[in-house]
Design a protein around this ligand. Structure first.
Ligand SMILES: *[C@@H]1O[C@H](CO)[C@@H](O)[C@H](O)[C@H]1NC(C)=O
Ligand SMILES: *[C@@H]1O[C@H](CO)[C@@H](O)[C@H](O)[C@H]1NC(C)=O
Length: 173
């Protein structure tokens, strides 16, 4: 599983955790890299990067396939930055090393700290074609209220060049 997919699933499962409406935009992608993420169900449109405008109900299976390419190695000094606005006014931002680290952040609203491991350095250039994945959303929402979150996940390499800038807009209710 690639770093990006892991991050995306982490965000979906930990942040929004349930009935989810998801829209995304690939704002930047390194010229030597590629991303095509296709979900089997729940999405209304597709574009050059795969499925978009998705909606999944509580307890539903999310499955799909990932084709992606990282054109060059990510060495120590590479970073992952998440900068979200939650419920239209709460800022949630963290930057972690992209590799050789455990990343800890506190999810706003639920005020829950989470730690997830990043892969060892270097993250070697790779190409995966049609890698299948699946996960099941929880049966019901952990949040009694509607939660919205939008913003960017940016991965930069050790030179500071952007590998990907992925904008996400999510609603859980
Ligand atoms: C991440 O945390 C685990 C469990 O505490 C630890 O074994 C591991 O060495 C940590 N990794 C890094 C890169 O610090
Ligand atoms: C989900 O993934 C697991 C492990 O990769 C696989 O065994 C299972 O058949 C998959 N289920 C579906 C419904 O795709």
């Amino acid at each position: 599983m690639t770093l990006l997919l892991a991050l995306l699933l982490t965000v979906i499962l930990y942040l929004v955790d349930g009935g989810v409406v998801l829209t995304r935009e690939v704002k930047a992608l390194a010229g030597d890299s590629d991303l095509y993420l296709l979900f089997d169900q729940g999405c209304k449109t597709t574009d050059a990067y795969g499925s978009n405008n998705c909606e999944w109900g509580w307890g539903s299976l999310i499955s799909g396939s990932l084709t992606s390419e990282l054109g060059h190695d990510l060495l120590p000094g590479s970073t992952v930055n998440l900068k979200f606005t939650v419920n239209r006014l709460i800022k949630w931002e963290f930057t972690c090393p992209a590799c050789d680290a455990n990343c800890t952040t506190t999810i706003p609203v639920v005020n829950q700290p989470v730690t997830f491991p990043l892969p060892p350095c270097p993250i070697q250039a790779f190409e995966v074609v049609d890698q299948l994945f699946n996960t099941t959303l929880p049966a019901q929402s952990p949040s009694p209220v509607k939660v919205t979150a939008s913003g960017d996940i940016v991965i930069k390499d050790q030179t500071g060049a952007t590998v990907i800038d992925l904008y996400l807009d999510m609603t859980v209710q």
